[in-house]
Ligand binder design. Structure first.
Ligand code: AHN
Ligand code: ZN
Length: 337
């Protein structure tokens, strides 16, 4: 009797823990049911986004160390990304460049582009940045202000979601073109203590690509940028440049997220104007591009709590959030190819 009670209590405890710890290791019940019908567009089969797989891709990037241009860990991770993206896509392009940072440092960078059906005119662009910030200049401890960060959320999360989408697309049949661009040197913007003049110091890789696309006359119908898409309880608000340049895409993505049951992440509220890779793509190439980015107005800086701190590590990453973003984006893309 006592034994029975104990095991009942134990079972109860396990159930409660599973409910509470939904972020530290969810079991995705849908994982073995790989495909689901798109409720919106009958006939369109949407693959099931695997958050465990995306999580692993993030963990792998972080394992190289900070991906700061000119560091060995940056080159090592770049080589892994080229091989991984190349294994899923029809063609992979590496676009090397030397760019000048706000402080005069010459950065050896590489944008990494994986393309499905590279010869098709009708294309969609998906992107994220793969580099990480060279300094934790928003860390509460000033001793960390010149140390590089893991960038599990700021950087690796968007790339992890896109690699999982590339894996799913590699198993999928479609005729349109898709480009997955991993931009370098997004996060080498001016240090918070820098007093000098520094225009356009962020997003150096996407500025370079936008002025020098990897193929002549490159065009895509629209683009979607993912930045900081992995934290627990993330909130994705309408980013204002996205809404200005691509309101139709913003509405389509948020509508899709709501229909899939992810309204707690995708809030239909205005956020701020954020200079990020999508800004330069919009301004320089004219490709209407949106940014799905974690925006939190309760934080002074407006982003997730651990933004540009030493705590932007794997502990921040939540599979539920990855699932919400990944399933939404793959649903939108599958509906359009
Ligand atoms: C600015 O702070 C101007 N832009 C932020 C873009 C960013 C930084 N995305 C990730 N890290
Ligand atoms: Zn950053």
């Amino acid at each position: 009797m006592i034994k029975n009670n104990l095991s009942l209590n134990f079972l109860f405890l396990i159930c409660v823990s599973l409910l509470l710890l939904s972020c530290s290791g969810i079991n995705n019940n849908d994982a073995d049911k790989n495909l689901s019908k798109n409720q919106e567009k009958p006939g369109v089969v949407v693959p099931e986004f695997n958050a465990d797989s995306a999580y692993y891709f993030i963990e792998k990037q972080v394992s190289f160390g900070p991906r700061v241009p000119n560091m060995q860990s940056h080159r090592d991770c770049g080589d892994w990304l080229i091989a991984k993206l190349g294994s899923y896509t029809d063609t992979v392009y590496v676009q090397p460049a030397r760019v000048r940072a706000y402080d005069g440092t010459i950065l050896n960078i590489s944008n990494i582009i994986g393309s499905f059906n590279p010869d098709r005119r009708n294309r969609i662009l998906l992107c994220a940045h793969w580099d990480t910030r060279p300094y934790a200049d928003a860390d509460p401890d000033p001793a960390n202000h010149y140390k590089p960060i893991d960038g599990a959320n700021d950087g690796a999360s968007g790339v992890g979601v896109l690699l999982e989408i590339a894996r799913l697309l590699s198993e999928s049949d479609f005729t349109s073109g898709i480009d997955i661009i991993l931009f370098d040197a997004e996060d080498y913007g001016k240090h918070q203590s820098y007093g000098g003049q520094a225009n356009d110091s962020w997003a150096l890789g996407s500025q370079y690509w936008s002025s020098n696309p990897h193929v002549d006359n490159y065009y895509a119908r629209y683009g979607i940028l993912l930045d900081m898409v992995g934290a627990a309880d993330a909130s994705f608000l309408f980013e204002r440049y996205s809404y200005h340049y691509a309101p139709g895409i913003v509405n389509k993505v948020w509508e899709t997220a709501h229909k899939l049951g992810f309204s707690k992440y995708f809030k239909k509220e205005m956020g701020g104007y954020i200079i990020d890779d999508h800004y330069y793509i919009n301004v320089i190439t004219g490709i209407p591009t949106i940014n799905i980015i974690h925006y939190d107005s309760t934080q002074g800086h407006g982003f997730f709590e651990q933004w540009h701190t030493m705590d932007d590590n794997m502990d921040v990453i939540c599979k539920e959030t990855l699932k919400a973003v990944g399933q939404t984006v793959i649903t939108v893309v599958k509906g359009d190819i």
